[in-house]
Design a protein around this ligand. Structure first.
Ligand SMILES: Nc1ncnc2c1ncn2[C@@H]1O[C@H](COP(=O)(O)OP(=O)(O)OP(=O)(O)O)[C@@H](O)[C@H]1O
Ligand SMILES: [Mg+2]
Length: 339
């Protein structure tokens, strides 16, 4: 189980576009994810999704809070043991092109991490070969057509499958997929989403799925949870279908109503999301609700008091709004989302 406890990340002031103010990328984010479960982090560009994914994968430090794996808090792990600690988590990034060394044959790229395991287990080269083939089969690639090739010989979808196979070499417990299909041709996306879903059920891996696309989140894990992040803060959390069917926070409602309307499905009409103004990272952060300037329902209270995250529906859902009202604003009926 992985637990994120009040994780806060402040990037130091760098000057330039954002002025001299530090960037508050994450503000006390907390959630838990059980073994083999799935959680989608959704929210608009710049809300902190990648920062959180990188923190969980050990590629970024955090300012406050802690990340706990199976009861062991990262803050208590000695620097020398951190590498082993983070082998449990593998990050699949958006860009399968940049993730692979163009000059290295794919068989070698897969064998490199497997050699370490082989050494630890006292296995020989034939084990590495067999394991490589097994992993490629698992992600739907033909080993005979892959092992001797170079990254440029594969299509975008095949490359992402290969990157996933390479992530599996260390037998991770958690895969963090950060916009893992956004650079892939639309026609190949469903294949990668199905693969993630399939790996989760076959290998009992937990999946943290980072996306703008709620429909993709539901496709990967209809039984999972979503965590909606706005400017580094969790504003809504709950089972995916429950949140899609009746989002409580005005920001979630806005996000869902911005989903494209598919042929044959009704339009959200006047509820369609039209932001009141662009996301302004320099906006005053002090006190009040961070979403208030763009919220249709904001009152004076929202300007002076910060809405805390509160539990509803017997604790299965959470939201941070003074005026919670489940509204069906989604353009696509839940049963209309492909599954
Ligand atoms: N290395 C960095 N130095 C300074 N600021 C950073 C750095 N990395 C990210 N940020 C800032 O932190 C905030 C969160 O960035 P992050 O990349 O986590 O957003 P995101 O939700 O993944 O966005 P997107 O959907 O566009 O990928 C942004 O305001 C970003 O500008
Ligand atoms: Mg990102």
């Amino acid at each position: 189980m992985i637990e994120v406890k009040g994780v806060t990340k402040v990037y130091a002031a760098t000057g330039g576009l954002l002025g001299q103010k530090p960037v508050q990328a994450l503000r006390g984010v907390s959630w838990q994810l059980g073994d083999g479960q799935a959680l989608s982090l959704i929210g608009e560009s710049g809300c902190g999704k990648t920062t959180l994914g990188r923190i969980i994968a050990g590629l970024e430090t955090y300012t406050k809070g802690d990340v706990v794996f199976d009861g062991v808090a990262l803050s208590t792990v000695a620097a020398a043991d951190r590498r082993r600690f983070f082998r449990q988590v593998q990050l699949i990034q958006q860009d399968p092109y940049g993730a692979l060394n163009p000059a290295r044959p794919l068989g070698e790229a897969l064998a490199d991490p497997l050699r370490l395991t082989a050494k630890a287990l006292g296995k020989d080269a034939s084990w590495i070969r067999a394991r490589s083939e097994e992993l490629l089969h698992l992600v739907g690639l033909d080993p005979r057509n892959t092992l001797y090739k170079y990254p440029h010989n594969l299509s975008g979808g095949q490359r992402q499958r290969f990157v996933i196979a390479r992530a599996l070499t260390v037998e991770p417990k958690i895969l963090v997929a950060d916009e893992a299909v956004s650079m892939i041709d639309v026609s190949l996306r469903l294949g990668i989403l199905s693969l993630l879903s399939d790996l989760r059920s076959r290998l009992s891996i937990s999946i943290i799925f980072i996306t703008h696309d709620v429909a993709a989140a539901r496709y990967v894990a209809p039984d999972g949870h979503v965590c909606v992040i706005y400017r580094g803060e969790v504003v809504e959390y709950g089972p995916t279908d429950a949140v899609i069917a009746a989002p409580v926070h005005p920001y979630t409602q806005a996000l869902l109503s911005a989903m494209p309307v598919l042929r044959g499905l009704e339009d959200a009409g006047p509820d369609r999301y039209i932001p009141q103004q662009d996301l302004d990272l320099r906006a005053d952060d002090e006190g009040g609700c961070l979403f208030r300037a763009r919220c249709r329902f904001a009152t004076e209270r929202c300007a002076v008091e910060h809405p805390p995250l509160v539990a509803i529906e017997g604790g299965s859902r959470q939201h941070a709004c003074f005026y919670p009202e489940p509204r069906r604003v989604v353009a696509v009926p839940v049963q209309g989302i492909p599954s």
